[in-house]
Design a protein around this ligand. Sequence first.
Ligand code: NAP
Length: 458
Amino acid sequence: MAIATLNPATGVVERTFAPMTEGEVEAALAAAAGAAAALRRTGFAERAAWMRAAADLLEADAPALAATLTREMGKTLAAAEAEVRKSARGCRFYAEHAEAMLAPEPADAAGVGAAAAWSVYQPLGVVLAVMPWNFPVWQVLRFAAPALMAGNAGLLKHASNVPQTALYLGALFERAGFPPGAFGTLLIGSAGVERVLRDDRVAAATLTGSEAAGRSVARIAGDALKKTVLELGGSDPFLVLPSADVSRAAATAVTARCQNNGQSCIAAKRFIVHAGVYDEFLDAFTRGMAALRVGDPAGPGTDVGPIATEQGRAELEELVADAVAKGAKLLTGGERPAGPGWFYPPTVLAGVDASMRLYREETFGPIAAVYRVDDLDEALALANATAFGLGAVVWTTDEAERARCIAELESGAVTVNGMTVSYPELPFGGIKTSGYGRELAAAGIREFCNLKAVWVGR
Ligand code: NAP
């Protein structure tokens, strides 16, 4: 994949970038290693001041940076600006809480025959971050803010279609006061990841992206015995049970499916609806999906911009064609609009069954499969009949149903009467093929720390 800004709303290549040479990669590695050594001797207060300065810069730069996001990957300007501001909030969150989250943990000294015993969290060193284009600022910041606050250095290999965003982020932390090299961008393709990951100066890696990329990075990191965190795909269920407020559930379902042009790992993708409210939900949901305005992501009033890549749209079309050929019913959408750009309309399919690819595969675009079930047992079985396990949503006001869903849904998060959102305050991650490890909250900052046990004798 070329490293280039290729505007998905127009199909026009706006800028291309040469991949870094071996010498440039080596210089970035050396700078990161030097910065990691310097950072581990800095204190929380110093790093927090730099992190708050990074938040200030993000907020000041929000309008221009948002325009870059829109040009590179097609999300609406409003969504892009909200993402940049959320990223600034993530920086402030870790600036404020990192020290308490990484406070030394006392242990029972007498129990281990010591005069004193405790554990300390220490940085690992340089962490490689392989990141996706769909939330090109937030995905990076939710790694970078905790990693840097813990005293690590970061090296970003961003998705090849967001190079200008990658370069902005590569400069951000030095502008904010962090030592040069504390956070750098590697403009390299995915084939260049292995060389960096195997380098002795790189201690660990985090990857957010597809299952295939995750497997590849995990295989190499496993061979090199390096810690990884993987945030991969999802096919989140959205359950609607009879006690739900159906019209609110349907309106939320539209947003949960189509936010970020339908390209979110935690978008609701499978709508599992009890027979008692199926017709009412399906009607409201389909009308809501059909009413969304698809168009220029930089224009006012647009709800859904283009799919980020031509290949991504082609994959959506194949999934829908396969389902329709095997008997699924298309209720709205399903046909690309004429004209330039990689647009695809919000699409609703009913009658999806296990013979169809859509049943098993992640739909990374505004396509919803709606299923009808007769009871909660069937709903839970269908919700869990997936290799993924990222988020899950249930709409119910029944306490017993809520408790069962929280207990039995196989996922890293359960949302009741809402939609899945990532927050700095709550851990984020998946199980099954959605990956392992956690980002955000205290769990996220501890992932890239050495929890060192200290035993002091008399
Ligand atoms: P992708 O193709 O896997 O790309 C993600 C990143 O991995 C890019 O930087 C890409 O570089 C790199 N990459 C791809 N193949 C690689 C390999 N074999 N070795 C090393 N690096 C490799 O994913 P995408 O299509 O851009 O993103 C969509 C996927 O990400 C979806 O499955 C979505 O659910 C998932 N996602 C998950 C989360 C989460 O938190 N769980 C969040 C967002 C997205 P190039 O661009 O140079 O190929």
